[in-house]
Design a protein around this ligand. Structure first.
Ligand SMILES: Cc1cc2nc3c(=O)[nH]c(=O)nc-3n(C[C@H](O)[C@H](O)[C@H](O)COP(=O)(O)OP(=O)(O)OC[C@H]3O[C@@H](n4cnc5c(N)ncnc54)[C@H](O)[C@@H]3O)c2cc1C
Length: 473
């Protein structure tokens, strides 16, 4: 094995692999070093509960991957990835028996929204038509708009808080739908730009769907590794990098790591003002995760929930806003907002015949050490009486266990740092090129750089473009 490379990438998450591929396909020699025994970071899948049940340890639902300008440019299908689309991307049941349903079709979605139907169509239709412009603009660093008309029209709504955006609607269903998608931001719903967060996810639900990866999200990691290797790159697992001395010779170093690891690995080389800003980087709330092996499909009362890949639980806009506010303020929540995914309804390979898997989490304060299993299961049982009787086995992960599994999840923060307006495009520090560091040849390429969390690879791709420009041209 050579001991000198054009570029070394530390970490094999979606951003690490995207960075490595971007460099390798330019003809550079690239090695990826991964601490864990398996590749993928937030894309890993395992038999966590019982033999024959495949669970996604972290990411499960992939609107961002399918829409990502970088990932969608790769021959992922040729390298074994199959994305499967549930009939319904998202369902959001309410306690009064009504359900908001985000379907692929905008008019069909509107048909579930009562008197808000027309307003929903008017809001979403133009954005869905121009979604490629929007992801091009917003899945990357801050830069002048390349499509000023669509970016401007979107920006007017996207800058609003989810609370502000929800005032466009009167019916609890449309308002709950907005809360459910916006709460993926893990921010209080009265914060600026949480509306934009929700809008993007809803737009992608219509434009590209919310698919799952056949066989588990790990198949996306495997496909990315295979593409990297087809360009001559290599991945080494079980190699935790603790200092610059652990690295082979290289011209560029790209770290799929957060600011704290950057400081640990290269802190003595970083100038004090940069370190000062790096230490002010803010981490946000965490998640408590549960995976279940089930004796059958979840007996949702509502038929659209039975067909949905993702279900948002937590009730009305006001109930979800209160729950997210409490989490942000480090308070306990008895009826948490939960994100549930049922991959096995579209991917029978996830479980033995007749059986099912279920994936879910709720938000909790950073580092929270209260077991939320019962509370999450109560939320499901409320909408699916009999659910608890189907549980064959479960696996849970607290914030501390998430961090143990992946050193990037500080206190269990799954987004690599708070994603509010102040820190979205200036992560990890305000800098014209946020991927570069003051040390020549060292770059950050993780979700702690723009555009932040999610499986889209765009942080890694942009970091690699920066390295190509600065180190190799
Ligand atoms: C429970 C959960 C659910 C999620 N659900 C979704 C979802 O449905 N859809 C979605 O789009 N996103 C989801 N996400 C978010 C998504 O997984 C992350 O935003 C994404 O994986 C970040 O990618 P990354 O490449 O920046 O870092 P990571 O994926 O975190 O990868 C970093 C890699 O670096 C390795 N590493 C760390 N330290 C070292 C070291 N010192 N030396 C060597 N290697 C090291 C880690 O082991 C890891 O493999 C979820 C995350 C979690 C935890």
């Amino acid at each position: 094995m050579p001991d000198s490379f054009d570029a070394v990438v530390v970490g094999s998450g979606p951003n690490g692999l995207a960075a490595a591929i971007t460099l390798a396909r330019e003809g550079l020699s690239v090695q990826v070093l991964e601490a864990e025994p398996t590749i993928g970071g937030g894309m890993r899948s395992e038999e966590l509960t019982l033999p024959g049940f495949t669970h996604d340890l972290c990411s499960a639902i992939h609107p961002l991957a399918i829409a990502s300008p970088f990932l969608s440019s790769l021959p992922l299908a040729e390298h074994g990835l199959e994305l499967l689309q549930p009939t319904v991307p998202v369902a959001h049941p309410l306690d009064d028996g009504r359900t908001a349903v985000l379907e692929r079709s905008i008019p069909q979605t509107a048909s579930h929204l009562g008197r808000d139907a027309d307003d929903y169509v008017k809001l979403m239709a133009p954005f869905v038509r121009s979604y490629e412009h929007l992801v091009d603009q917003f899945l990357g660093p801050a830069r002048p708009p390349r499509h000023p008309i669509s970016a401007g029209r979107f920006g007017v709504h996207a800058i609003r808080s989810a609370k502000g955006l929800a005032t466009m609607f009167e019916d609890q269903r449309a308002r709950a739908l907005i809360a459910g998608v916006a709460a993926h931001s893990i921010l209080p719903l009265d914060r600026l730009a949480t509306g934009g967060f929700g809008l993007i996810l809803a737009i992608l639900g219509h434009a590209v769907g919310w698919p799952v990866a056949k066989g588990g999200t790990q198949s996306l990691a495997v496909a990315l590794q295979s593409i990297l290797e087809s360009h001559g790159g290599q991945v080494v697992t079980g190699r935790r990098v603790e200092s610059l001395d652990d690295l082979p010779e290289h011209k560029a170093l790209l770290l799929d790591l957060g600011p704290r690891q950057l400081e640990r690995i290269a802190g003595d080389k970083l100038p004090k003002p940069y370190l000062f800003l790096l230490r002010r980087y803010r981490y946000g709330p965490s998640v408590f995760k549960v995976d279940w092996a089930l004796d059958g499909p979840v007996p949702w009362k509502n038929r659209f929930c039975r067909e949905a890949g993702t279900i948002h639980l937590g009730g009305t806009f006001e109930q979800i806003a209160a729950s997210e506010r409490a989490v942000w303020e480090n308070r306990h929540v008895d009826r948490p907002y939960c994100i549930i995914a049922q991959q096995s309804i579209v991917d029978p390979s996830r479980a033995p015949e007749g059986k099912h898997t279920l994936w879910g989490y709720c938000h909790v304060p950073n580092g929270y050490d209260v077991d939320m299993t019962d509370l999450i299961e109560n939320q499901i049982e409320r909408q699916a009486p009999g659910f608890k009787d189907l549980i064959l086995a479960r696996s849970t992960r607290s914030p501390a266990q998430l961090e143990q599994h992946n050193a990037n999840y500080i206190g269990g923060d799954i987004n690599g740092g708070v994603q509010d307006l102040r820190q979205l495009f200036t992560r990890p520090v305000p800098r014209i090129d946020p991927y570069s560091t003051p040390v020549d040849g060292i770059y950050l390429c993780s979700s702690s750089t723009p555009p932040g969390g999610g499986v889209h690879g765009m942080c890694g791709h942009h970091a690699a473009l920066s390295a190509l420009k600065k180190q190799f041209r």
